[in-house]
Design a protein around this ligand. Structure first.
Ligand code: AMP
Length: 411
């Protein structure tokens, strides 16, 4: 199977192949090679993969193809759940692009903006809904959307859903879906709660593991500077004096720190924007667009706001603060190696963060090269801003899910 090397070999139809050719997708990525034939066969799949691997197309192409062959209705036949507005918007854009020649209607639903435009759109009829869980439940409760016709469910970035406390909402949504459906779950990591959720919602899934835990994107040059808190900002300014730092994402641990760093950068004459969960949706989109178009050099971001940011040509990722979960480090630095490009990741580590660094080094199985300073003595690590993970309900999957005729229908 893995030596299949064209979209034609994978079973992708001509109208979609035309779109792919226009976007310059010559060769399927590894997750696409593995997932597309399975999904076209109607299988359930767990994909362990990070953003940047091409996973959106891996699930979107087979769904578009199956829906364009199926019977048209006014109601949603595919539902994609994503943890953040940015990711939802991006997935919806991908579906709109891939489905361009199939006439499929895509709606995106997320909170933080008035719901009117979203409900107007739903009223006109829809084939594919991409949504964050909270607003979706609101619209369902108000009768704007019937989930009773969903044939394809995708849970994207399930581990992030867990971190953000969305799993109870996800379970509510699942209960409103037909049991006879194709279900897909994508996650960069598989904490126990996500494994349990997968067991509840997927039927005999095939597991595709594209991002082995121990591997960091090899093309990224990674370095660490040991620097105490007050020195971090000066170091960032020193780095920014180098013009090769042309498009930089700087990650901070909290929203307040993101705002503070952005303010300091602006004062130092460096064009920047901050993006985090307290900013209104349109402010976030505006900031992202300025960054994408090169009007600002630095995007200062928290992890949650940065989910799903898909900007090409990011020259450097700066970990202004180290993340308290090692996997998050891999996510962050992946922003600078979109679709196989190289890049650099520079991490600042103070004495309260040295345990985080140890955990990252253990995960990537190779210590990050030290570029400046010396390992500081240990002090207590700062509190997690999210205050730990929600426990979530414990529910046993004691009813085997009945399968219908997806495989036949997709053939
Ligand atoms: P994703 O992992 O879905 O966030 O995709 C990462 C990036 O890779 C996006 O910018 C996609 O547009 C791009 N991409 C996806 N599949 C391919 C492909 N087969 N060839 C080239 N680029 C791709």
């Amino acid at each position: 199977m893995t030596n299949l090397s064209t979209f034609t070999d994978l079973g992708v139809d001509e109208p979609i192949r035309r779109v792919l050719a226009a976007r310059g997708y010559d060769t399927p990525t590894p997750i696409q090679v593995r997932a597309i034939p399975l999904l076209l066969d109607g299988e359930d799949v767990i994909g362990i993969a990070q953003t940047g691997t091409g996973k959106t197309a891996a699930f979107a192409l087979p769904i578009v193809q199956q829906l364009s062959l199926g019977q048209r209705r006014r109601e949603a036949r595919a539902l994609i759940l994503a943890p953040t507005r940015e990711l939802a918007a991006q997935i919806a854009d991908s579906f709109a692009a891939y489905g361009k020649n199939s006439g499929l209607r895509v709606s995106v639903i997320f909170g933080g903006v008035p719901q009117r435009r979203q409900t107007d759109r739903l009223r006109r009829g829809v084939d594919i809904v991409v949504a964050t869980p909270g607003r979706l439940l609101d619209l369902v409760a108000q009768g704007h959307l019937d989930l009773g016709f969903v044939e394809h469910l995708v849970l994207d970035e399930a581990d992030r859903m867990l971190d953000m406390g969305f799993i109870p909402d996800v379970r509510k949504i699942i209960r409103a879906l037909p049991r006879d459906r194709q279900s897909l779950l994508f996650s960069a990591t598989m904490p126990p709660e996500v494994t349990r959720l997968a067991r509840e919602i997927l039927h005999e899934p095939t597991r595709i593991d594209i991002a082995p835990k121990a591997v960091t994107v090899a093309a990224i040059r990674q370095t660490v500077h040991f620097v105490e808190g007050p020195g971090k900002f000066g170091l960032l300014c020193d780095l920014m004096a180098d013009e090769s730092f042309s498009r930089v994402i700087a990650f901070t641990r909290t929203k307040r720190r993101a705002d503070r760093v952005a303010k300091q950068l602006a004062k130092a004459g460096i064009a920047c924007e901050a993006i985090h969960g307290d900013k209104a949706q349109n402010a976030r989109q505006r900031a992202l667009e300025s960054f994408r178009q090169g009007r600002v050099r630095v995007l200062v971001a928290t992890d949650i706001a940065a989910r799903g940011i898909d900007v090409t040509g990011v020259s450097h990722v700066v970990n202004f603060d180290l993340p308290n979960e090692a996997e998050v480090y891999v996510h962050r630095i992946g922003r600078t190696a979109r679709a196989g490009a190289g890049g650099a990741a520079i991490s600042f580590c103070d004495s309260s963060e040295r345990d985080y660094l140890r955990a990252i080094n253990a995960l990537i199985r190779k210590p990050i090269a030290v570029e400046g300073g010396t390992m500081p003595p240990r002090v207590a690590a700062p509190e997690s801003p999210r205050g730990g993970k929600p426990a979530g309900p414990r529910r046993r999957n004691n009813r085997p899910r009945r399968r219908g005729d997806h495989a036949n229908r997709a053939a």
